[in-house]
Design a binder for this molecule. Structure first.
Ligand SMILES: [Zn+2]
Length: 247
């Protein structure tokens, strides 16, 4: 919930958040200084002019709505801040002000716009898995060595601190995708082609930033999706390198 919302018209949003502790009482963070409040005219309800206790709601990446305690809800059109960016800004401010992590911020739990990376790697992986199952592709020593090395680099094991936050998990994901791109450029033959196809399919995941990670009680969909896609590749690599293709 936003306690008070101000906007300077030049792209800077000022948010005072009322944060709810689970099963606890709400508290405010931070207290705005009088100068800050003066510099940022409040965004207020077009119906009753109220500028406090507004709720910002919406799906991640879509236009946000403000809801006034009077019951009126509207999408504010602010100069140089698109309605799509409003919720992100509010959440960014909340995180910056209170040292919260993305995992603790709560938005619409139904908002789950999964990015279909898993689907994108399905075709090359299915082809590879079929060839391995039929025995038309058997990893040679070179392919086994490359696959084994890459499998260790694809493990999702960041540090404990990294695993605890979405930002940290994003860094781990980028490391794994970098490793995949590196091996795709290096490997030759059918394995090189498979890695190249997967790396290309996962290019959008390499461009993910913290802005793309929808906060909520569950994993951000963009992260889980990339995780699942890399997991599917790892399954095929493991099958090829161990010869246990019956999966
Ligand atoms: Zn109102």
């Amino acid at each position: 919930m936003t306690r008070r919302l101000g906007y300077d018209g030049a792209g800077i949003l000022h948010v005072v958040i009322r944060h709810h502790v689970p099963h606890g009482t709400p508290f405010d963070l931070p207290r705005p200084s009088p100068e800050t409040v003066k510099r940022f005219p409040a965004v207020c309800c077009p119906e009753c002019r109220r500028d406090g206790d507004l709720t910002a709601a919406g799906r991640w990446g879509e236009p946000a709505q403000l809801i006034c305690p009077c019951g009126y809800s509207w999408t504010p059109h602010l100069p140089r801040l698109t309605p799509q960016a409003l919720l992100r800004e509010v959440v960014r401010q909340a995180l910056g002000a209170g040292g919260l992590t993305y995992r603790e911020a709560r938005t619409d739990p139904d908002a789950a716009a999964a990015t279909p990376r898993q689907e994108a790697v399905r075709a090359p992986l299915t082809t590879a898995a079929r060839a391995l199952n039929r025995g038309t592709w058997v990893f040679d020593g070179y392919e086994r060595a490359v696959a084994t090395d890459l499998l260790t680099r694809l493990r999702p094991d960041g540090t404990e601190t990294e695993a605890a936050s979405s930002d940290g998990r994003l860094r781990t994901l980028h490391r794994r995708l970098d490793a995949l791109a590196e091996y795709a450029a290096m490997a030759t033959g059918p394995l090189g082609e498979l890695l190249e196809a997967c790396s290309t399919a996962l290019l959008p995941a390499r461009g993910l930033t913290a802005d793309d990670l929808e906060p909520g009680p569950d994993d951000p969909p963009a992260l889980s999706d990339a995780d699942l896609a890399l997991g599917a590749l790892a399954t095929v690599l493991r099958a090829g390198s161990t010869g246990e293709v019956d999966y």
